[in-house]
Design a protein around this ligand. Structure first.
Ligand SMILES: [Zn+2]
Length: 336
């Protein structure tokens, strides 16, 4: 699988031997090119990291001060004759597809990506290539996303209804990506917006890169008497954290692509599920693959076997690729 090719799979990650670099490696290596700052893609222990400008501060915050070089979208850098560039992946702030070119052959490693536009993340950009390594987190037809304006209405209407019935609203989303997207759709005329410390940290880093977010108050120091008509944005938790006692009475909602499946809301023990994902849906995956023009498709994390089979049936040269990325998890904090 990928043997003798420009990019190949090793037990440390996807590897480009000509440049001696790894892409989002899961074991320590000397040189890592990182698609984005989620924990399953940006791991500790690399001697040198190359990532997009807007991922660097977040990686330093999460992994401790690291040896990081940055590159903006569309600019390229060369290592031993191999040209590398980053292109917007639409997944989270700072997320990039990695384009690799050597002697006229072009590969793209998508990392995680989302083709639907939202209000804050730089939009996905299609990149032409011969070989595409794509994720497939939501690679089944049941996964279909609504437009962001519709999601915004759904979330704000839920919040308004809770206010009218005397409840606060607790909304769950991962601290990098989902949380900023939730904040970007909230209508602050409905009530005060609070956020969890983990989210506040990421928000500050995101704002320092020039992104706009609404004012939020930290839930950590807030008084129970002040928390009225409020919405609290926080990372998903396995059980009720202590601070939630001062928010009572409240209703809860989870924002995740998995909410598209029956029973998901009940399993996560939330009152409401919003189908909001930072990954491409079925249509998005198929459109992105077609637009890339790639003849060879390697399908990683998600429904990789079944999705590769679907692509093969459409006449593409597709195969699954076993990596250690997790896609969108929503019952732990691993993807925050
Ligand atoms: Zn991710």
């Amino acid at each position: 699988m990928l043997d003798k090719k420009l990019l190949r799979l090793t037990n440390k990650g996807i590897y480009c031997e000509q440049a001696d670099v790894y892409f989002d490696p899961w074991r320590p290596v000397d040189k890592a090119i990182i698609s984005h700052a989620h924990a399953d893609h940006a791991r500790k222990g690399m001697k040198h990291y190359l990532c997009h400008d807007h991922s660097a501060k977040i990686i330093n915050h999460r992994l401790g001060k690291s040896n990081i070089e940055t590159l903006p979208y569309g600019k390229s850098t060369s290592i031993n004759g191999v040209k590398f560039s980053f292109h917007p992946a639409g997944h989270v702030i700072g997320s990039a597809q990695i384009r690799v070119e050597y002697k006229g052959e072009v590969w793209v490693f998508t990392g995680d990506y989302k083709t639907e536009k939202d209000f804050i993340t730089p939009s996905f950009e299609s990149v032409k290539c011969h070989h595409l390594i794509t994720e497939s987190t939501f690679g089944l037809p049941v996964y279909q996303w609504e437009e962001e304006v519709i999601l915004a209405d759904q979330i704000n209407n839920w919040w308004k209804k809770n206010v009218a019935e005397g409840f606060n609203s607790v909304i769950y989303g991962y601290s990098l990506g989902k949380a900023q997207r939730i904040l970007s759709v909230l209508d602050s005329s409905i009530g005060p917006i609070y956020s969890h410390t983990a989210i506040n940290h990421i928000n500050e880093l995101v704002k320092s890169n020039g992104y706009q977010l609404p004012e939020t108050k930290p839930i950590a120091g807030a008084n129970k008497a002040d928390i009225k008509n409020a919405i609290i944005v926080c990372p998903p938790a396995m059980r009720e954290p202590a601070w939630m006692r001062k928010v009572k009475p409240y209703r809860t909602a989870m924002c995740s692509g998995w909410m598209a499946v029956r029973g998901a809301k009940r399993r996560r023990n939330v009152d409401k599920g919003f189908v909001m994902s930072d990954h491409a849906d079925w249509k998005g995956l198929n459109e992105a693959i077609e637009a890339s023009g790639a003849e060879n498709i390697y399908v990683t994390h998600g429904y990789s076997t079944i999705f590769a089979q679907w692509l093969s049936e459409k006449g593409l040269n597709a195969q699954p690729l076993k990596t250690e990325y997790e896609g969108e998890t929503n019952d732990s904090n691993t993807d925050e």
